[in-house]
Design a protein around this ligand. Sequence first.
Ligand code: XIL
Length: 356
Amino acid sequence: MRYMTRCCWWISFFILATGASSSQTLREAADRSGMLVGTAVRPQQLSESLYATTLAREFNMIEPEDVMKWETIHPAPETFDFSQGDQLVAFAVSHQMKVRGHTLTWHQQNPKWLTGQQRTPEQLARILEQHIKTVVGHYRDKVSAWDVINEAFDETTPVKLRSTIWYDQPGIGYAGKGSRYMENCFRWAHAADPGALLFYNDVEAEAVNPKSDAIYAMVRDFRRRGVPIDGVGFQMHLGNPHPDVASISQNIGRFTALGVKVHITEMDVALPVDADGNAHSADLQLQAIAYRDVASACLAHTGCTAIQTWGFTDKYSWIGSHSKHTQGAALLFDREYRAKPAYEALRKMLESSRRR
Ligand code: XIL
């Protein structure tokens, strides 16, 4: 009995010791491989100790999930509310993290004062210019990259520019002139912070498909004409754990060849869940492979510099309400902040990459 106890103690010691020497956090693995590993954050959860400690330990970049969107940051025509955004930036500063800003122009989560009133294109252009310059100016040198435009293309075939207040309802003066309305947004953001990287961000454009073709044509045109765009964000909200990795890699390759950076901006891998929110363990393994393979596709291209997830704990993920609770368990940590197979798969993939 005594022998057994001592023997087991030595075995545990050995496992712990060897484990400790090879294991590192996601953040350490990313730092060593010269990558950004980020996540979307809800500042109201920062007071929850496990939330804050996990966040600071595992990520070197954060992005506001909602609090820099128009409805929060610009709640009335002459009112900007930076309080929650500032809280997030302060957290990033105190933990040496970068901040991605999200988002300056979108068709959702806009305040009623903006969408509920008829305006001329000139009036709307003035409002948008003031918004972009005020928000980007406020976070000058604090937010290192901005999603200047979010989801400007729609889901139809053939792909068209989405009908929005910014494009053609009534639009800021370029209705029917293709992607030209976005150029001013990039120029205004660049004027407010010439050091920030400016991104076009979209959903369901991660593989080679008609939508990514349209974005590719736009970005190539912007680069040729000197519109200040630095990168493209692929959201990577996967509705199942079977991404077309070869096509994703090919797509990342053609964008980075244009000279723009690629960021994976909002990755989650939604799984079917039971009434308690639990997924099957076989699906959790497939999910791990999906995270690993997407990371591998990014790491294969030096211009792909960030992998970001849309939240990090299944306790707080938009997938539940978005899917009416038929899907969930989409992130790297479970609801008790325990690392899932996906965490380990992503960490190992980052650890195995040395890009510096
Ligand atoms: C989502 C947030 O996660 C939710 O909290 C909010 O209720 C709706 O928006 N694409 C985007 C993100 O660019 O801003 C969205 O975030 C998810 C889809």
